[in-house]
Design a protein around this ligand. Sequence first.
Ligand SMILES: [Mg+2]
Length: 351
Amino acid sequence: SAPLSPVQCMHFLAQGSFSGLQSLPATKHRTHSGPKPPKPENAVTVAVSSRVLFRTEREQQVFDEQGIEEYLRFQVEHENEHFPTGPAFPFVKALEAVNVRLRELYPQSEELFDIVLVTYNHAHVGVRLINTINHHNLFIERFCMTGGTSPIGYLKAFHTNLYLSADADKVREALAEGIAAATMFMSEKLSAVSQTQLRVAFDGDAVLFSDESERIFKAHGLDKFFEHERENEDRLLDHGPLKGFLEALGKLQKKFYAKGHRMDCPIRTYLVTARSAASSGIRALKTLRAWGLEIDEALFLAGAPKGPMLEKIRPHIYFDDQMFHVEGAAEMGTIAAHVPYGIAQKYPRKQ
Ligand SMILES: [Mg+2]
């Protein structure tokens, strides 16, 4: 990341809904005049860092090797060049496709996805980011350019429902504040994903659910885990860091159902868990049902690798707390994000 002094901190907002923040000046390069962005408290707000929405490794290298002044000069010199797209790009595109459908069905509603671009960068780099956003016809009006300071406070002010970043420390910080968050990685192999349906896949333990059962498994092995889950079948699992985001997706799905679009809903959710259906799966399903959350497809893999199943689903994003699952999925072309939460962080290897 590019550490800059807090003095350079700048914020742009499309609406002056927070005091002290300025409006984003209209640029003459704007290729589309989209609708007004929703108020943060009504929207499902997804904050993405510029380093996962776009690929900026080359710029990062200039920063690391030549320092801040050269880095800023480089960015300004290249401001008419677009950044290549990064791992969060297909996800953000899919969110915007859902918004188009929502606006058709509910022209007045502010219950939409709202994307906030978060960057530690200096405002000079903003011109290049805006040029890239316009080039890709993305609808991103909210920028949070923190000039090197932590964005976590702003994420709270934006009522952020999900934060995606390349910086695992910032993701941990967000999770500690109760914000759903995940780390994304550059991957050379990326499968094509649906242009018309947003697909989001979640691991169960330590992602949608707490790591309670995972702790039993790590400490005492599989047999004790099964025993524990059988004994506690009717006791609900506690919520995990991504539960709120699944809930937000469910809220938008219901808007489609209400207009008769259950079968062709442009949002589809998946549970992809190592639990097995017959034994430990029942507690997971009972918990989701008690929360009032529907998941469209639940896949109980009973310990089988997740990569091949995810390759079939082709989600725009898959969340897992265990790095070996994230890596296994990414190797097969799935866009996988790591949720650095729970007991598994103490055990980096599979066990
Ligand atoms: Mg897990």
